[in-house]
Structures are given as structure tokens and as C-alpha cells.
Design a protein around this ligand. Structure first.
Ligand code: FAD
Length: 336
């Protein structure tokens, strides 16, 4: 299906990349770039033209250094303040609007992580532009593909508004390679005027979930996910043991996360959780609801263990085992 957005007046074809200049919002933890951000770098290069990076943070010199080691970046804009240690949409938006005013970027881009999903909608509203979320393909500088209906259909669209604001699905783009040496990129400091009044939200605290040394779910090459069929917290330990045996990350369905007391909600995979694309995904006691499959369908190999032969997960699985997970997983562990 071909969709063409009609809001914002006449559609204007942008056939060359001559006028393209992109501001890429840097997703980081004040020490390092987020692993999924490297896909957004690749996407920004696909647009052509100049790419600038925007870093907001606190004591984030090592992040700026990492940005400077990426080739083909024309400048790194840095805003540093204690209030930006954990940037919120409310603190970031005025800064981004000021940068946009100064540099008139044609594109503003972020990865489709909780960082980008938080900031981009507010920025779009303030700039009065409809962002295009979760882009999986860039065909031209105003021509994109994104999934909708929980990944069951792809929408192709052309954007007529400026600036074009995008979030990029990390699993859809290769990670840009890191370089060891610094490039001659310009660093621009931006002043941050701390808001004098309440701005609607305030960072209170952040709890980093205990991963027990397991790899990160978004980027792990192997993921073992548990569904409601696994049952209780006690039984879920079988999923974790299997993951540890394989050096895998642990994921879960929303049913498990919502049950509470089994695993934290950052382990949720799916439409409203993480979108993953590992080499190997093993779903244990997972039914395969479309909202869950939306998060796993780009996995290279999908393995399902479910006692119901009619479970929808078997329609997307490369290998299926019809078995009681609580018998099959201990047996599998023994063999492994
Ligand atoms: P169930 O559907 O209950 O499936 C359990 C499976 O375990 C069954 O197939 C059963 O046969 C099997 N089973 C039972 N006992 C055993 C056993 N002993 N051994 C082996 N197999 C066994 N869900 C997500 O996961 N992620 C999302 O991001 C997400 N977003 C959503 C967004 C919206 C708007 C909505 C409406 C729903 C969303 N859901 C999401 C929920 C989704 O629709 C399903 O309810 C959920 O994925 C089901 O989880 P489940 O497979 O663990 O549980």
C-alpha cells in the first residue's frame, strides 16, 4: 500500500540529497553510546548530506569522545548540565528547538528506543510536524517504510513537511562500525538554561534491573523467552537456567510481566516491549500472540516449546517441540 501524507500543504518532491542536513539525537548513559544507537548512525548516513550529533548529558565527555570517533560527522552539539543527566522530553525539547532554529536541519532522527520514543513526540508537537516512527527502510530522504498493525503490514510513505522527524528501528539497520581514531569533527557547545518553573515532569530515580551478568536483551545473539505456560517465579528459573547455559538474554511475554513478581517489565518482548532480532530465539510456553510475534519475527531462527500443537507460535517457528516445557527444558539442559 502506498500512503502519501497530505497534512502540511503541498507535497514537494526532494529528489536530491543536496539540501539534506540531519541532527541525530545521541542515546547514551553519560559514559557510552547505547549499543542500539549505532544502527541510527547507519540510518542517518543513508539520508545523505551532513550529519550532526546532538548530545545532552552531564559529565558525558567520554560520550562526546565516542561521537568524535565516528567518521563522516560534521559536528557534535553538546549541552551539559546536571539536569540533563537523565534528560526528559520536557528538558530536551527547548534545547532541540533552539538547535533547530540555529541550524535549520532538514531531518531530525533518533533511534526507536525508550529515549527516542520519549522525546520525539513532544518535539514533533512543538515543531508542529508529524514524526514518522519506527522506520525500517529509507528509500529516499522523504520516502520511508514503517510497520503498522503490530508489524503485520508495512506502510510506505512520503513526507512533505520539514523538518522530517524520524525514529529508527535498530534491528532494521546494520550497526555503524566504530573507529579507534578521532576525526576532525567540530564540537559546538550549547548553553542550557535550566527551567525556572516546574516543567511537568521531574526525574526522581532510576533502578537498573539486575541482569545477573546476562547479555542485554535488545542486542543479544541468543534470547530465551518464557511465557505464561512456564507458570510461577519458581518455574521461570528453568527459563533462566536454559538462558545461562546458552549465554543468552532472558525475555518474557507481557502475560508473564503483568503477572508480577516473576521478571521486570524491561524483559517484555513484543509490540509494547522490545523488538529483537537475535540469531536464535527460543520461546518456552509462549502462545505466539501477534503482539508478541511483532517483537520476534526478525529473529534468524525461532524455536518454540509448547504443549499445544495448535499454538500459533508454531506458525512462525523454524523448529517446534510439542512438549511440556517443565519436562523438556530440564532434559534439554541435561543434553546441553
Ligand atoms: P498465553 O497466551 O496464555 O500462552 C501460554 C502458552 O503456554 C499456551 O500456548 C499454552 O499452550 C502453553 N503452555 C501452557 N502450559 C505449558 C507447559 N507446561 N509447557 C509448554 N507450554 C505450555 N504480549 C507480549 O508478549 N508482548 C507485547 O508487547 C504485548 N503487547 C500487547 C499490546 C496490546 C495492545 C495487547 C492488547 C496485548 C499485548 N500483548 C503483548 C499480550 C498478548 O496479546 C498475549 O496476551 C500475550 O503475549 C500472551 O502471553 P503468553 O504467550 O505468555 O500467554
Amino acid at each position: 500500500t502506498r500512503f502519501q501524507r497530505t497534512t502540511g500543504g503541498l507535497w514537494r518532491s526532494l529528489s536530491s540529497t543536496a539540501g539534506v542536513s540531519t541532527m541525530l539525537l545521541v542515546d547514551h548513559d553519560n559514559k557510552h553510546l547505547s549499543p542500539t544507537f549505532f544502527s541510527a548512525i547507519t540510518a542517518s548516513k543513508k539520508l545523505g548530506g551532513e550529519v550532526s550529533m546532538f548530545v545532552a548529558g552531564h559529565k558525558c565527555d567520554s560520550v562526546v569522545e565516542e561521537c568524535l570517533s565516528i567518521d563522516g560527522i560534521s559536528k557534535v552539539i553538546v549541552a551539559s548540565d546536571v539536569l540533563l543527566e537523565h534528560p526528559t522530553a520536557e528538558t530536551m525539547t527547548p534545547l532541540l528547538v533552539a538547535a533547530q532554529k540555529q541550524f535549520s536541519f532538514s531531518h531530525i532522527l533518533s533511534n526507536h528506543s525508550s529515549f527516542g520514543k520519549n522525546i520525539i513526540p513532544r518535539l514533533g508537537a512543538v515543531l508542529d510536524v508529524q514524526p514518522v516512527a519506527d522506520v525500517v527502510e529509507i528509500r529516499a530522504e522523504n520516502h520511508f517504510v514503517r510497520p503498522f498493525y503490530a508489524g503485520n503490514a508495512l506502510m510506505e510513505l512520503k513526507v512533505s513537511e520539514k523538518p522530517v522527524i524520524l525514529t529508527i528501528r535498530p534491528t532494521a539497520f546494520e550497526k555503524h562500525a566504530k573507529l579507534d581514531e578521532k576525526k576532525g569533527t567540530v564540537v559546538e557547545k550549547m548553553d542550557f538554561d535550566a527551567p525556572k518553573e516546574a516543567i511537568g515532569s521531574e526525574f526522581v530515580s532510576m533502578k537498573v534491573p539486575e541482569k545477573g551478568g546476562r547479555p542485554d536483551l535488545s542486542t543479544a545473539p541468543i534470547v530465551v523467552a518464557g511465557g505464561r505456560g512456564v507458570g510461577s517465579r519458581e518455574k521461570f528459573e528453568w527459563v533462566e537456567k536454559l538462558a545461562d547455559k546458552l549465554g543468552a538474554a532472558v525475555g518474557a511475554t507481557r502475560a508473564v510481566v503483568d503477572a508480577g513478581g516473576i521478571i521486570s517489565n524491561d524483559a517484555q518482548i513484543g509490540q509494547t516491549g522490545k523488538i529483537i532480532a537475535p540469531e536464535l530465539y527460543i520461546g518456552v510456553g509462549v502462545s505466539g500472540a501477534i503482539q508478541h510475534v511483532a517483537g520476534i519475527k526478525d529473529s534468524k531462527v525461532i524455536v518454540a516449546i509448547n504443549k499445544d500443537p495448535e499454538a500459533p507460535i508454531f506458525q512462525v517457528a523454524d523448529f517446534g517441540l510439542v512438549a511440556d516445557a517443565l519436562k523438556a527444558v530440564p532434559e534439554l539442559l541435561e543434553k546441553l
